[in-house]
Every structure is written in structure tokens, then in C-alpha cells.
Design a protein around this ligand. Structure first.
Ligand code: NAD
Ligand code: TDX
Length: 346
């Protein structure tokens, strides 16, 4: 089976690449990745010479670059991870988010149709559903109410994928997952940012009152779910994926403080993210009932092994926190790392 993985040099896509090469001997992978700031060949360095793996440096938003990737040899499935993925960056400017997440998805859908790719799996997110109050869960039938430019671009892409199913009977499936954590996550996201700042002796900028809630899932459980949906999901369907692990950002900080042995003073409240969604929580019964998928990695084990990974892989994350990222960080959080002004990201 020849699978095109897009965004396979990022956090989740690279986990998919490594997992497939380790566990599915009949799968060959073409990894199409534009190598943005979030893409990193080091994420698949151990697999770069594998005869079943190939990386093509191309943007999904550029049809001329993408067409040869489809024309070369038949592809059995596309798994579309490629995206601009960071909410705070989308608050600075939504333009790259629309280009990759919306236009890029449409270009992929059209090429997959032209070249008769039997199945297209689109990786989406819980953020398309908007924000919950203290109770309730997102279901696949919940309305789309995205709030950030990032979430709106992901919701737009989902609608294009569903339109392709309806209009052309294209075989598509959509997965919507909650917040992932694990190794190789770019240190702009909450957990790797706090862990690496903790190791460096830097403060933890906690937005607003720190009571915003996310539902956390280990990235390995996410890629197992994607594999189940790719193989057995019903055409045209959406599958929620969640970890049954709701935690406020305060609770995350407290768990990380306990593992790293840091004082309470490491947590520094900073001004809130604009339009900050209060709570995400997934009802993932459909994928469990239909496909038998369930999360396997308990939070306590997953977070301990994740922190250990960052402790053991300073060579991976230290270079990422320099250069252009350092500039972005200064813009977001100020020189001290604690003076974040909401207007800085307007
Ligand atoms: P990431 O930012 O770590 O990686 C994105 C990858 O896509 C990078 O390798 C980047 O180089 C590549 N890319 C960006 N623009 C591209 C383009 N135009 N053409 C080709 N490649 C391009 O993101 P991630 O956290 O691994 O997320 C992967 C997918 O999963 C995204 O679609 C995201 O919306 C979705 N998702 C993420 C989470 C999460 O918690 N991280 C949760 C649910 C869904
Ligand atoms: O410095 C920080 N301080 C802080 O309090 C950062 C970076 C984040 N936060 C808060 C904001 C959120 O409530 O932590 C929570 C998690 O933030 P992010 O790691 O930026 O993730 P989130 O905005 O929830 O989005 C993530 O999950 C859904 C991914 O980045 C998306 O790609 C995915 O779709």
C-alpha cells in the first residue's frame, strides 16, 4: 500500500510516519512536507534511508508542485496532516492558515480525484466545534462554531472535504481529535513549552486565569485511531477522537511542576489569548463502538514519559528555540517571558 502523508515532518505526521514504518511492513510512504518552521527532518532522521520512505519537499498549496507527486505512481490513500497549526500565530495573521489549511486541502482533494486515489483521510480538530461551557461534550453532529482564525480555516477545510463526498462521491473520511501531547512537539505548544522552559530555568506563561480546559491524548493513540479510520471508517463520515482526560491548564502546570520538582513561582499568569476557547471535550463513542478504538496510554504514564523524552533530547529542542522562534517568543511573551500583552498579537 502506497500512502501519501502530508505534513509528515511535523509533530503528529512524523509520529504517523514512524509508527507506520515500524508496524505496517506493507506500507510505503511518500511524505510531502513544505518544511515550514514546524517541519523538522530530525523527526524522522532514523527512517530517512528506509527504502519504504521518501520525503518530497513541496507545498500542498502549490498545485504545480503537488501534481507530479500524484502523477508519479498510483497512491492508495492520502492522509492530510499538513497545516499551520498554532492558534496564537493565527491570531497574528490568518493568511498562511487560509493558504495551507483551506487552499491546500482543496488542491489535494482535486488531485486525489484526478488521480483516482481510493481514500482521502483529512486530519481535523476539536477546535472546529468552538467552545463548551462547564458541561457537555462535542459530538460529530455538533455545529461548527470555530472561534480562532486557525479553527475557522480547519472548519472551512472540513466543509470542502464533505462537499467532495457529496458532489463527486469521493471517498473521504475526517478525524477530529482533541489536544495531543508527546515527543517531537514543537516547543510553542503548552506542554513542550512549559517542559523546556522548566529545564532552561525560564517561567511558564499561563494565559488568563489558567482555568481553560482541554482534553488530552497521547500522540501515539491518535495515530492508531487514524489508522483504524483509514482502514475501516465509513466513507463520508466524521470520527471524533478524544482522550477522556480533561485538564485545566493550571492542572497541567501542577502535574508538570510535580514531575520536574519546580516551585510554584515558575507559573506566571500573563494576559489571556484573544478569543480564548474555554473548554474542549470530546464524545468519542462512535470510533469506539464502530472501530473498537480506545486510548491506551494513561495520562500519568504518558506525561511522565513525555517529560523524560524532552529531558533526554535537549539536542532536538534547543536549536528550535533559537533564531526566528526566539523572535516570535519575544513578541508573544516579552523579554522577561512574562509580560505578554494581548495587543502584541493583534
Ligand atoms: P505541526 O505544526 O507540528 O506540523 C505541521 C506540518 O505541516 C509541518 O511539518 C509543516 O512543515 C507542514 N506544512 C505546513 N504547511 C505546509 C504546506 N503548505 N505543505 C506541506 N506541508 C506543510 O502540526 P501538528 O500538531 O503535527 O498537527 C498536524 C495536524 O493535526 C494538523 O492538521 C492539525 O490541525 C491537526 N491536529 C493537531 C492537534 C494537536 O494537538 N497538535 C490536535 C488535533 C488536530
Ligand atoms: O504559553 C502558553 N500558555 C497557555 O496558558 C500556551 C502556548 C498555551 N496556553 C494555553 C492555551 C490553551 O488553553 O494552553 C492551552 C493549550 O494551548 P496550545 O498548546 O496552544 O493548544 P490549543 O490552542 O488548545 O490547540 C491545540 O489543540 C488543538 C493545537 O495547537 C491545535 O493544532 C489543535 O487543533
Amino acid at each position: 500500500m502506497r500512502i501519501m502523508v502530508t505534513g509528515g515532518l511535523g509533530f503528529i505526521g512524523s509520529q504517523m510516519v514512524r509508527w507506520l514504518l515500524d508496524n505496517e511492513p506493507d506500507v510505503d510512504i511518500i511524505n510531502v512536507d513544505a518544511l515550514t518552521y514546524a517541519g523538522n527532518p530530525a523527526n524522522v532522521a532514523d527512517y530517512a534511508d528506509n527504502s519504504r520512505y521518501q520525503w518530497i519537499h513541496a507545498s500542498i498549496a502549490d498545485r504545480a508542485q503537488m501534481e507530479p507527486c500524484f502523477a508519479d505512481k498510483p497512491i492508495d490513500a492520502v492522509i492530510n496532516f499538513a497545516a499551520e497549526s498554532h492558534v496564537d500565530r493565527s491570531i497574528q495573521s490568518g493568511v498562511p492558515f487560509v493558504a495551507t489549511n483551506v487552499l491546500g486541502t482543496q488542491i489535494l482533494l482535486e488531485l486525489a480525484r484526478t488521480y483516482h486515489v481510493p481514500r482521502f483521510l483529512h486530519v481535523s480538530t476539536d477546535e472546529v466545534y468552538g467552545s463548551l461551557g462547564p458541561n457537555g461534550l462535542f459530538r460529530e453532529t455538533s455545529p461548527l462554531q470555530p472561534n480562532s482564525p486557525y479553527a475557522a480555516s480547519k472548519a472551512a477545510a472540513d466543509l470542502l472535504v464533505l462537499a467532495a463526498a457529496r458532489t463527486y462521491q469521493q471517498d473521504v473520511v475526517i478525524t477530529r481529535c482533541s489536544n495531543n501531547y508527546g515527543p517531537y512537539q514543537f516547543p510553542e505548544k503548552l506542554i513542550p513549552l512549559f517542559v523546556t522552559n522548566g529545564i532552561e530555568g525560564q517561567p511558564w506563561p499561563l494565559y488568563g486565569d489558567g482555568r481553560n480546559v482541554r482534553d488530552w491524548l497521547h500522540v501515539e493513540d491518535h495515530v492508531r485511531a487514524i489508522w483504524a479510520v483509514l482502514n475501516s471508517g465509513k466513507s463520508g463520515q466524521i470520527y471524533n477522537i478524544g482522550g477522556h482526560t480533561e485538564k485545566s491548564n493550571w492542572e497541567i502546570a501542577e502535574d508538570l511542576r510535580a514531575i520536574l520538582g519546580l516551585p510554584a513561582s515558575v507559573i506566571v499568569p500573563v494576559p489571556d489569548r484573544l478569543g480564548h476557547d474555554r473548554r474542549y471535550a470530546m464524545d468519542a463513542q462512535k470510533i469506539t463502538k464502530e472501530l473498537g478504538w480506545e486510548p491506551r496510554i494513561a495520562w500519568e504514564d504518558g506525561i511522565a514519559s513525555t517529560v523524560a523524552w524532552y529531558q533526554q533530547h535537549e539536542d532536538w529542542w534547543r536549536p528550535l528555540k533559537t533564531g526566528a522562534y526566539r523572535e516570535y517568543y519575544r513578541q508573544q511573551y516579552g523579554e522577561s517571558g512574562t509580560t505578554r500583552a494581548p495587543s502584541a498579537s493583534r
